[in-house]
Design a protein around this ligand. Structure first.
Ligand code: ZN
Length: 428
């Protein structure tokens, strides 16, 4: 299969992101390579016209922005999330009985069944003692180390009739025999290069991303929700032409657990970053916000091949059918007529198709980042996503063409100089 360089770059990003910390670390490297300056939140900021900057909070959230050459008109924002549903390793994680097992708890609203009978490993960050303080280091054990074994059909004849998973019993991964006791801790300390004082470690699936199908236009991977949007927004942000606004790329942590963390969308991270930009440029924040826009990018549900009945009858996105605009009258998705119109116009300017999504009226869907970040930074927002199947499985499926559409649309968005008028917007 001959994959183009954009597809290979996406695959590489997914494969090298066994945890959210690894995803952010890859983007940090990319931004530094492109000449971006890393800012510290606990130091003064001096921002120059034409400068490119970013900051990282908690190792798992990132905000990048560029200052235009002449008087910024406002902010062009996008938000996506770095975290995904998975299992988190507990403190005192070893359970020793007939075997050695690992104690884990669920992170996010996951589908449990796909995690069973597959080789798993551990990645995340650990805190080590440096003598005069503590330091966060990335760890990826990068080996087939764990398995959550199913119970045989002979012992549970009703296994195929639906199963009520008990997270305290059914999903504890097998490490090995009783002889394996202590070895995981040793492996982690060896990988970290020091004694551990704390950890945020997650299980991950060892299976790599794959492009598949006779048409070679489907991609399956761990973490497509929402790393597919993280990648598309980042590429669009980096490839955009200079414009009159301040383009801002926001990648938040904690979306899968309600966004309430120091580095989540409900934190002060974005508001404080934007107000510091305004202060550094001696501009009025409220005036800039009144001429700003947000694209909240989080994956959406494609119509399911075996269960089309779960989709809304007239707003059911197809894989590879284009970017999805999400609507909800109760504003769990923030799109309204104005933000939808503006986003559609931007997409049509670069021949990117747009689909629409509503939850079937009797099903409750998720919420997204736009809805949450609006509490601190209130700007018109389009809630979008790429259509996918098996959301919150440990191995999800989406359309490859849709990824390319997002890169293209976000490059057009971040190149636009947007001026709010009394009844709408003008775009230059
Ligand atoms: Zn998501």
């Amino acid at each position: 299969m001959n994959l183009d360089h954009k597809t290979l770059a996406l695959q590489q990003f997914l494969d090298n992101s066994p945890s959210l910390y690894h995803a952010v670390s890859q983007l940090e490297t990319l931004l530094l390579e492109k000449g971006y300056t890393r800012l510290a939140e606990n130091a003064p900021w001096e921002l120059c016209a034409g400068g490119s900057y970013f900051l990282i909070r908690g190792g798992s959230a990132l905000v990048a922005f560029r200052i235009p050459q002449r008087g910024p008109t406002g902010f062009l924002l996008s938000a996506s999330h770095t975290d995904r549903p998975t299992f988190k390793v507990k403190e005192h994680g070893e359970l020793v009985g007939q075997y050695t097992r690992l104690a884990v708890e669920r992170y996010g609203g996951m589908l449990i069944a796909p995690w069973l009978d597959r080789p798993l490993s551990i990645a995340g960050r650990v805190l080590v003692d440096t003598g005069d303080g503590v330091e966060s280091r990335l760890v990826n054990l990068d080996q087939d180390l764990l398995m959550i074994p199913n119970v045989a059909i002979h012992m549970n004849r009703k296994a195929n009739d639906g199963y009520a998973w008990n997270p305290a019993v059914d999903v504890l991964p097998l490490v090995g025999s009783t002889q394996a006791q202590g070895k995981l801790q040793q492996a982690l300390e060896q990988a970290a290069g020091g004694k551990l004082l704390g950890h945020d470690l997650y299980l991950y699936l060892r299976q790599k991303a794959t492009v598949w199908g006779l048409e070679e236009n489907l991609i399956s991977s761990a973490g497509l929700d929402d790393l597919q949007c993280v990648w598309g927004c980042t590429q669009g942000f980096l490839n955009a032409a200079p414009c009159g606004a301040i383009p801002v790329l926001c990648l938040f942590d904690s979306e899968e657990v309600g966004s309430n963390s120091v580095q989540g969308a409900a934190s002060m991270l974005l508001e404080s970053t934007l107000s510091r930009i305004a202060a550094a440029l001696s501009l009025n924040l409220s005036q800039l916000l009144a001429n700003s826009f947000m694209v909240s990018a989080d994956n959406a549900h494609a119509i399911h091949p075996n269960h089309p009945e779960y989709a809304d009858p007239t707003n059911a996105p197809m894989l590879n059918g284009g970017i999805v605009l999400k609507f909800n009258a109760a504003q769990r998705y923030t799109t309204d007529a104005m933000s939808a119109a503006l986003f559609r116009k931007l997409c049509s300017s670069v021949n990117v198709p747009v689909q629409s999504f509503y939850n079937r009226a009797d099903l409750t869907g998720g919420s997204t980042l736009g809805h949450i970040s609006l509490n601190h930074v209130s700007v018109p927002t389009a809630d979008i996503g790429l259509p996918q199947l098996a959301m919150h499985s440990c191995y999800e499926t989406a359309g490859l063409q849709d990824s390319l559409y997002l890169e293209k649309a976000m490059a057009a968005y971040y190149s636009a100089t947007l001026i709010q008028t009394t009844n709408g917007y003008t775009l230059a």
